[in-house]
Every structure is written in structure tokens, then in C-alpha cells.
Design a protein around this ligand. Structure first.
Ligand code: BMA
Length: 374
């Protein structure tokens, strides 16, 4: 026994001296379920194989169709599903049956089971209403909202109830054996912008961090949820690493770091490539330093008017970075022109197939082989 201990001690000292970041799949939640720990390890492994493609509300609706069919615009174009599926929990806080975009939560639950059985990855954002004013997530009329939900604040009890409702939904996500499905939870996104009530100019850094930590501790502690990986995701216009990290709640509260970036109408491809590359340079650096995953948590070009956007703009922007996934936003069925993925006949559909065929873009069939849950 003693003989074994000495070399191990030496090894530990050497490792510490080398200052090599610890690459073990340690989840932020120290009591994360075995499946969640495995998923984090699988996601890390997949980064070496390529970049997973994700799509918001992929199974819920698309251009010219609305579920219950379980269709997918990505599948209609490529004959394959995305690897990552985004969904939004906005309105779960009110115990509503449908989210802010009218997707039934029962349907999301069914999709989660389906996605899990295919080996796909699920990520939830939360466009949560403004608890102080009763407005939407975009109601920025008060800069007291975050402080109002913190312990001692006038909306604190209400916020706990909202989290209870969210926790109930998260807990209901189980596979065919009744095992909790691990998901990536991405609350309070785009916090470096000032268009949501938790944004840059709407609360102090300390308040934001307190909001994050309270939410994490309440869900993983009091509510006993252990199937969550936490994603910290800024708006794409952050200036530098210092600004990116200013509201970082700490390594014990985060599993994945990312940001959202869109190509605006009229902006050129070069500016998108430059901005995304610059952001990924910073965020993948942070990820490496802190032992986290990195992702382009939302991206896109509304209506995709550029016929070679996928291989000519998106891919050059991301391909050189160790990124877990890139998720494009939703294909609204009831808001003309508000779509970010191609559909059959769409001007960029052919280029999307070329993008799909690149060896380093990962879709469902690619990750089935990797089995990130094992
Ligand atoms: C926004 C738009 C809105 C939508 C919201 C939440 O970017 O797509 O129409 O309600 O996301 O999904």
C-alpha cells in the first residue's frame, strides 16, 4: 500500500505544478446523477469529433407545419435530425400548459423522451416573465426586479413558487425506464445586453450572481434536481474577457460557457465571421481555463437570404474552435420570415446539405455512434 501512495503523491504534486486544467467530467452540481455526469463526459468527448448542430423548437413546428407530427425542418432537408434540440420554458412559471410560443409542455416532455431515445442533446432556455411588473422577460421598465426576487425581496416567495413549477417540469423528464433525462439548462441568457429584466443595465453584477446562485442552489439543493447541466451564456457583443467574466457565478455553478450571436439584416458575412471568431476565441479560452464546455448557444441569420450562408459564413466562423454545439433559432410557423434553419426549397437548403456533409458537423446519425450518454 505504502509503495503505491508515494508515486501517487508525486504525481499529484507534478500535476499541480504543471497547472494543467483538470479535465475530469466534474459537474457543477456535486450530486448530479450518474447519467448527467456521463452526458458531460460524452459531450467533452464529442468536441474532439466535431461541432454538434442544434435547432430551437425543431420538433414542435416549422415552415408550413405544426406538430403533433414530430416533423423536423432539419430532417425534411437532410433526412437526419439535429444533434441538439433547444426548447424554451417561458410561462412554465405560471403553471401554463403551453410556453410563450404556444408549445405545449406535455409535448415538450414527449419530445424529450424521443430525443433521449435517439441519443440527442436537450437544452432549455427560459424567457421568464418579469415577476415585479407582471410584464414579459423583455419588460425593462424597472431595475429593481432582480433584487426583488432575491431573499428578503418582495417577489422572493413568488420566485420560489415559479422555480417550484419549473422544477416540477424538469423532474417529469424521464426516459422509458423512469430515469431522469439530463438536460442543459440555460437561464438568464444574453445578460450582457440590456433587453431582458436581468440584463446588464438592469441589475448589478452582485445581484446577477446572487440570482444565479440562488436559482442553482434552490433547484439542485431544496428541489433535489440532479439532471441539470448549467449554461452561462452572454449576448454576443461583450467587449472582452473581463466583461464576459464580470457576472460569472463561479466554477461551482456552471458547466458550459457560451454566447448568442446573430447576423443582422444588411450586415455582411465578414462582420459575422469576425465577431463570432473573436467571441469564440475568448469563450473557448475561458472554457479551457475553467474546465468547461463552450458553445455558440444561439446563432443565425433571419430568413437566411444568403444561399451559401452555412458553408460560407457560419462554418468559417466556428470551425477552428473547440466548440460543443451551435444552435440556430426557431422556424416560426406563424411569424412570416422569422426562421433560422432551411426548409425544402429555401434558398440556402442546398448549401445546408453541403454543411451537413462536412465531416466535422455532427447531426443525429453522427452522435448515435458516439453515444454521449454512455
Ligand atoms: C425570440 C423570438 C420570439 C420568441 C422568443 C422565445 O427570439 O423568436 O418570437 O417568443 O425568442 O422563443
Amino acid at each position: 500500500m505504502r509503495k503505491a501512495i508515494v508515486p501517487l503523491t508525486v504525481l499529484l504534486i507534478l500535476t499541480a505544478c504543471n497547472n494543467v486544467p483538470d479535465k475530469r467530467p466534474a459537474t457543477a452540481d456535486p450530486r448530479a446523477s450518474a447519467e448527467t455526469v456521463k452526458m458531460l463526459a460524452g459531450l467533452r468527448y464529442a468536441v474532439d469529433k466535431g461541432i454538434m448542430f442544434g435547432h430551437q423548437d425543431d420538433l414542435a413546428y416549422g415552415i408550413g407545419w405544426v406538430s403533433p407530427g414530430g416533423e423536423s425542418d432539419i430532417r425534411r432537408v437532410t433526412s437526419d435530425y439535429p444533434a441538439v434540440y433547444g426548447m424554451d420554458l417561458g410561462d412554465i412559471e405560471h403553471g401554463s400548459g403551453v410556453n410563450l410560443d404556444s408549445v405545449p409542455f406535455e409535448q415538450m416532455k414527449a419530445f424529450a423522451g424521443e430525443i433521449r431515445s435517439r441519443g440527442g442533446v436537450i437544452t432549455f432556455s427560459w424567457h421568464v416573465d418579469n415577476p415585479l411588473t407582471g410584464g414579459t422577460a423583455w419588460d425593462i421598465s424597472s431595475d429593481k426586479v432582480v433584487s426583488s426576487v432575491l431573499p428578503g425581496g418582495i417577489c422572493h416567495e413568488k420566485y420560489r413558487e415559479w422555480l417550484d413549477s419549473l422544477a416540477g417540469f424538469m423532474r417529469s423528464l424521464t426516459d422509458e425506464n423512469g430515469v431522469a433525462i439530463p438536460v442543459i439548462f440555460r437561464p438568464y441568457h444574453e445578460h450582457t445586453g440590456s433587453w431582458f429584466w436581468w440584463g446588464q443595465n438592469l441589475c448589478t453584477d452582485d445581484e446577477f450572481i446572487a440570482l444565479w446562485r440562488f436559482t442553482f442552489n434552490y433547484l439542485c439543493g431544496e428541489k433535489g434536481l440532479h439532471n441539470l447541466l448549467f449554461a452561462y451564456s452572454a449576448a454576443g457583443d461583450f467587449e472582452d474577457k473581463e466583461q464576459y467574466m464580470r457576472r460569472y457565478p463561479g466554477d461551482e455553478y456552471v458547466d458550459l460557457v457560451g454566447f448568442d450571436y446573430y447576423q443582422m439584416p444588411g450586415a455582411d458575412s465578414r462582420s459575422f465571421i469576425d465577431a463570432v471568431s473573436r467571441g469564440l476565441g475568448i469563450v473557448t479560452g475561458v472554457a479551457a481555463e475553467h474546465g468547461k464546455l463552450a458553445a455558440l448557444t444561439e446563432a443565425g441569420y433571419e430568413s437566411i437570404p444568403d444561399s451559401t450562408w452555412w458553408t460560407g459564413t457560419l462554418w468559417p466562423a466556428v470551425k477552428d474552435y473547440p466548440v460543443s454545439y451551435v444552435l440556430v433559432w426557431r422556424n416560426a410557423h406563424n411569424r412570416p420570415g422569422h426562421y433560422y434553419a432551411p426548409y425544402p426549397g429555401q434558398v440556402s437548403a442546398k448549401d445546408f446539405i453541403d454543411f451537413y456533409n462536412l465531416p466535422a458537423t455532427l447531426f443525429q446519425e453522427d452522435i448515435t455512434g458516439l453515444d454521449i450518454y454512455k
